[in-house]
Design a protein around this ligand. Structure first.
Ligand code: FCB
Length: 446
């Protein structure tokens, strides 16, 4: 495929996802997704919140577009809720559901902001989960049909698409250990969900291309995996973790093959003839989410999984505590690693998410002077620039998130926004980081 000319500076964007910002779960004929089931199950979400009302972007999206305009971003990454547009994951389009995205897209275009939606950011229709969810191959076919419906409705105005967000989180946290929806605890038996999500990505890529898309990419979450010590045991555990978190998601897409997981004692992927060609259908960009490095030690012999995640020594942490160490250099390292490992197979990278949560009040009592978030963003943007200087092709940087929103199993307890949201009233107030990012974008354009 023709590789587009490199952009001179980075393009700037900010991201959200449907279930995290829209609220209005019963509005406009919307169906139920695995996240509706998860939040309605008592005890599943830390603060018992149900994603409502929250930012309520279903009703307040014009305020979001106004904020994006003031921020000066080139693009907006949001996601389309499968169950708003196709309530049971099969059949025709729900006109009221797609009308919402029509309005969002039109408002963005009128404001001069390029829409860059994600088709799937974790909200699988409950009906499809009942039929096996991502364990079932048929879900990939259903996703391709859904992609075709959306492309038909929005493809005259939307030319840039992300297919699937962070299949690693769905597989490892959703199906292997159950921290995220659908809350299954299948350990290595969850591995077919990797293959079916990647197959869904490949099938949708073909559908979107046919519909005239200009930019298509998957969004993978990557981490810099570090052994906790030089011991052979810790190095071996880190090697396995790197395969499970990074390589089984990158390599089928980029190289058309899986790393040899059977050699590590894991069950084989349910690959059928032709699947890897579909999965490695060329894309225009590679969506890359980065938050933190991961330090891995060998697990005790009785453990069903061979590794444990341990604190990264000497690193300050975000609002998540030791799980989320702040190490900007780790981003440069993992980008360089991709550049050397995958070379010509790697299309231009777009950083599709990067950001941090810090403890902040629920209701505004005065301006939020979030210097720790500014330092995080500054450090990571500099890390991206260093990787570019060293030859890594990176075209875009996206902050997670435009708004404080529903942080999955953490509910409303973790705030990632450039904009504070009062989750009881929906009121939006830019933080100091909003002004910092706006100024940074302005200066970068000079
Ligand atoms: C990513 C998710 C995103 C958000 C951030 C904090 O893994 O893609 O929805 O929750 O983490």
């Amino acid at each position: 495929p023709l590789v587009p000319a490199p952009v001179r500076g980075l393009r700037w964007s900010a991201a959200t996802a449907a279930f995290q910002i829209e609220g209005a779960r019963a509005a406009g004929g919307r169906g139920r997704s695995i996240w509706d089931d998860f939040v309605d199950a008592p005890g599943a979400v830390r603060d018992g919140s149900t994603a409502e009302p929250g930012p309520d972007s279903f009703h307040r999206y014009l305020e979001d577009v106004d904020l994006l305009t003031r921020l000066g971003v080139d693009r907006y990454r949001f996601s389309i809720s499968w169950v708003r547009v196709q309530p049971t994951g099969a059949g025709g389009m729900n006109p009221e559901g797609i009308a919402y995205y029509d309005r969002v897209v039109d408002a963005l275009l009128a404001a001069g902001i390029t829409p860059f939606p994600t088709l799937y950011h974790w909200d699988l229709p409950s009906t499809l989960e009942a039929a096996g969810g991502w364990l079932a191959r048929d879900t990939a076919e259903r996703f391709a049909d859904y992609a075709a419906l959306v492309a038909e409705a929005l493809g005259d105005r939307v030319k840039h698409w992300y297919t699937i967000n962070e299949p690693v989180s769905t597989s490892l946290q959703g199906y292997a250990i159950g921290e995220l929806a659908p809350g299954r605890q299948l350990l290595f038996e969850s591995l077919p969900t990797v293959h079916h999500q990647l197959l869904a990505h490949g099938l949708a890529t073909r559908v979107l291309r046919e519909a005239g898309a200009e930019t298509i990419g998957i969004v993978n979450n990557h981490t810099d995996v570090r052994p906790a010590s030089p011991s052979a045991e810790d190095q071996a555990a880190a090697y396995v973790y790197d395969i499970l978190h990074n390589r089984i998601f990158a390599e089928p897409v980029l190289l058309g093959r899986y790393p040899d997981i059977e050699a590590l004692g894991m069950p084989p992927m349910p690959v059928e003839p032709g699947d890897l060609e579909i999965i490695s259908t060329p894309t225009d960009v590679y969506g890359f989410n980065f938050y933190n490095p991961t330090t891995i030690a060998a697990a005790p012999p009785e453990s069903p999984i061979p590794f444990v995640n341990v604190p990264t020594p000497g690193a300050p942490c975000t609002g998540f505590g030791p799980e989320w160490p702040i190490v900007p250099d780790a981003l440069t390292d993992v980008l360089l690693d991709f550049h050397t490992r995958y070379a010509d197979a790697l299309p231009p990278i777009v950083i599709a998410e990067n950001g941090a949560s810090f403890p902040e009040p629920d209701s505004m009592t005065g301006p939020i002077d979030d210097q720790d978030r500014i330092a995080y963003l500054q450090g990571h943007i500099a890390a991206v620039e260093r990787a570019r200087d060293l030859g890594v092709r990176i075209d875009e940087y996206t902050v997670w998130s435009l708004l404080d929103n529903f942080e999955w199993a953490e509910g409303f307890t973790q705030r990632f926004g450039l904009v504070h949201v009062d989750h009881a009233t929906g009121e939006r107030t830019p933080k100091a980081s909003f002004d910092w990012y706006r100024t940074h974008i302005e200066e970068a354009a000079r």
